[in-house]
Design a protein around this ligand. Structure first.
Ligand SMILES: [Zn+2]
Length: 289
């Protein structure tokens, strides 16, 4: 089944919620970055989270999430747009397999203590930037904290990634629910009740719950309407022209030196690991048509 995301609104207009199934796109990320299980889980949670965040921004805006901690993974960078395209990488894709007390992959220790930066931008124009400290390193809780601190929107975020014995992604996804300004006490306590009953998002995802079924659990007792449903993909924006444009911004002398020494220039995209090679001919103006 193709990965997809839904955004819903309760009929009392007091809550909005999103849920995503992201198994295939996280598997694609794992394959291009050769991540080990804890890194796959950390990157996967961030990819699911940023996809949902990017479904809440203004038209044409993109959302980037940069998580930097003192744990072995060092840094997670993910970016998504409202068309359901997401990409990302971790600085250290190969880290030791660790389980926490609940026998789950210890994402919190892999990330460590540090901070999370959220950037919203339209093309090259930054429209919003905010940095919050990491409260747990589990990523879902950190996003919950970010929404309450930086966007003054009380929210709950649950993210899960399950890994097969062969290290591939078994199941992944998550949900996000937010109180809208009109939310009353009754709605808040009912929602808190529902959230309190969810023991583990991972277990729900492992049980094969679809995004709709996830939200039926999160929003038990509420009627809701699906406002948007879209397919989501792991897709990188890089291409030869974009990379060439980046090279053009470099010092001409420096480029010439590398070409003389190496005979070529190789540039590797952080997000998808694709490598682009440029020969001296590519820099020769006479070859331009
Ligand atoms: Zn790329």
């Amino acid at each position: 089944m193709q990965d997809y995301l839904i955004r819903v609104l309760t009929t009392n207009k007091q809550l909005r919620a999103l849920a995503v199934k992201s198994t295939d796109l996280i598997e694609k990320a794992r394959k291009s970055h050769h991540t080990t299980p804890v890194a796959t889980a950390a990157l996967g949670r961030a990819l699911s989270g940023v996809l949902m965040m990017a479904s809440l921004v203004k038209s044409g805006e993109e959302v980037s999430l940069i998580i930097e901690g003192d744990g072995p993974i060092e840094k997670i960078v993910v970016e998504a747009n409202q068309y359901g395209e997401v990409r990302g990488y971790v600085k250290k894709p190969v880290i030791d397999f660790v389980l926490n007390n609940h026998k789950k992959l210890d994402v919190a220790s892999a990330v460590g203590k540090g901070q999370m930066k959220v950037i919203k931008n339209k093309l090259l124009k930054k429209s919003f930037e905010s940095t919050v400290p990491l409260v747990s390193g589990e990523i879902g809780d950190d996003l919950t904290y970010y929404f309450s601190q930086s966007e003054q929107t009380p929210s709950a975020v649950g993210l899960g990634v399950l890994i097969n014995k062969d290290l591939s992604v078994k199941a992944a996804g998550g949900f996000m629910v937010q109180l809208l300004p009109d939310a009353d006490e009754n709605t808040i306590s009912k929602l808190e009740d529902n959230l309190g009953k969810i023991e583990s998002v991972s277990r729900l995802i492992e049980a094969g719950k679809s995004p709709e079924e996830l939200l039926e659990i999160v929003l038990t007792g509420f009627d809701f309407r699906v406002m948007e449903r879209k397919d989501v993909y792991y897709r990188c924006k890089c291409n030869r022209e974009r990379i060439a444009a980046l090279l053009n911004a470099f010092d001409e002398k420096e480029i010439k030196e590398i070409l003389e020494k190496e005979g070529r220039i190789e540039v590797r995209c952080h997000f998808c690991n694709q490598s682009y090679e440029f020969s001296p001919d590519d820099f020769n103006p006479e070859n331009e048509r």
